[in-house]
Design a protein around this ligand. Structure first.
Ligand SMILES: *Cc1c(COP(=O)(O)O)cnc(C)c1O
Length: 429
């Protein structure tokens, strides 16, 4: 029996095992240590072989989607689940998993407004918003706005802003599906205030301004500001896309909710899991009377978010340093040193890697023209496949016949995990 106990791997050894170390970066050290503790107990009791402790600990961790290390340099990567939640948001989700006061007032014992923590956090972060409502995603926010404010009427929108958002889904189709008609104005590259003014009339539900968050038009261009649109005398709805609540100096062209409302927009719609760095959600911020109508419409019930999302959203807005903001604002010098460390580890093990300057991007989440200066470790392209299918999977970016491993979106505590993963995926010789 004593012999079995001695053969049970120690916690510090298990914490650096690749799969468990990768899990630390995602679900947190405490959660992984609990899983390890339970697996060690089972081994000490003789229920499992000491050699099976790693497997047992992994099995104790949440099943489902596989934890992936994002070494692409694309911060908001739609195919990799967009924004990774902050530790505070993960904790909030775990706490909300049981019975909660999501719609209950503990003081009076009566019903309370659903998700008031999230709503209050958003209202505090954007004082210019009279009221806030949260739905399932950015597309749902637009559908609700179009249904309530323009069903049977017209949405006036520039031809330069009829956007396909991805996977074949197009905003114009989405808007028309609500029963609203689109009144397209202007041209692809230029639209003027006079174009809008000529189209606005008794049948106008609202003027819509959509942020082109996944493309740029350059050259002979012209568009109308929110402030000018607000002078037209009809509601102005602005789909800012990314969910920035306030300006970010790094992204000067990215619209934010506070500025757009201050410029006179009636309503702003946005996603929760792009630059805001929170859970998938759709945010609607704006005039009290309009938001009340949105909240009371029958469709609002169908687009309602669950308590886990509300908990994560409240935590994200309350502590706005998220993995997304950290990756976005990562210090280039630190990224270079981390890349050199990874490269040195590879070279020392006989793999001829090199450190190269690279460019990271925000991704599907916004700021399409912004190039983030970055560094990456360049390895042969053939490593990409084994690295992706290894454990944990590491996804890099293939460029000009090389695989670039960019550490910008990799938690610093997982650098060692990336090194071990590349070594396994790249046999010597
Ligand atoms: C991403 C985006 C949407 C869709 O939001 P989802 O949260 O993905 O539903 C709509 N409009 C714009 C401008 C976007 O960038």
């Amino acid at each position: 029996m004593g012999d079995v106990r001695r053969r049970v791997p120690r916690t510090d050894v298990l914490l650096v095992e690749p799969r468990l170390a990768a899990a630390v970066a995602v679900v947190g050290r405490e959660r992984v240590k609990q899983a390890i503790g339970r697996a060690q107990q089972r081994a000490r009791r003789g229920e499992i072989d000491p050699g099976a402790v790693v497997e047992a600990a992994v099995a104790e961790l949440p099943a489902g989607p596989r934890v992936v290390l994002n070494a692409t340099g694309v911060v908001v990567h739609t195919n990799l689940g967009r924004a990774p939640l902050s530790a505070a948001a993960v904790e909030a989700v775990v706490a909300a998993a049981g019975y909660t006061d999501v719609e209950f007032d503990l003081v009076t014992g009566g019903r309370a407004r659903r998700g008031r923590d999230a709503v209050e956090a958003l209202a505090a972060a954007v004082p210019a918003a009279g009221a806030v409502h949260v739905v399932n995603n950015g597309a749902a926010a637009l559908v609700l706005a179009a249904t309530v404010l323009a069903s049977g009427g017209e949405i006036v929108v520039s031809r330069g802003e009829l956007v396909e958002i991805g996977d074949g889904f197009r905003l114009p189709d989405l808007l028309v599906s609500t029963g609203a008609r689109l009144r397209e104005v202007g041209t692809t590259n230029r639209t003027t205030l006079a174009d809008y003014a000529a189209a606005v009339g008794a049948g106008t539900g609202f003027v819509l301004k959509v942020h082109p968050s996944n493309f740029v038009v350059s050259g002979f261009t012209g568009q109308v500001s929110v402030r000018e649109l607000a002078s037209l005398g009809v509601p102005v709805v602005v789909d800012i896309g990314s969910g920035l609540l306030a300006p970010d100096a790094l992204l000067p062209d990215e619209p934010d909710a506070a500025s757009v409302l201050a410029a006179g927009a009636t309503l702003v719609t946005a996603s929760g899991d792009k630059l805001l760095g929170g859970p998938q959600a759709g945010l609607l911020l704006g005039a009290v009377e309009v938001v009340q109508r949105l909240r009371r419409h029958p469709l609002a019930r169908a687009l309602r978010v669950d308590k886990l999302t509300l908990a994560a959203l409240a935590a994200t807005v309350g502590a706005p340093v998220t993995p997304v903001s950290a990756a976005l604002h990562a210090d280039v010098g630190v990224l270079r040193r981390r890349s050199q460390g990874l490269c040195a580890g590879l070279v020392a093990a006989g793999r001829p890697a090199e450190v190269v300057a690279s460019v990271a991007v925000v991704g599907g989440g916004g700021a399409p023209g912004v190039r983030l200066e970055s560094w990456a470790v360049s390895v042969p392209e053939q490593v990409a496949g084994p690295l992706r299918t290894g454990s944990p999977p590491v996804v890099g970016r293939v460029s000009r016949g090389r695989l670039l491993v960019d550490l910008r979106c990799v938690p610093v505590e997982a650098d060692r995990v990336v090194l071990d993963a590349v070594l396994r995926a790249w046999p010597v010789g």
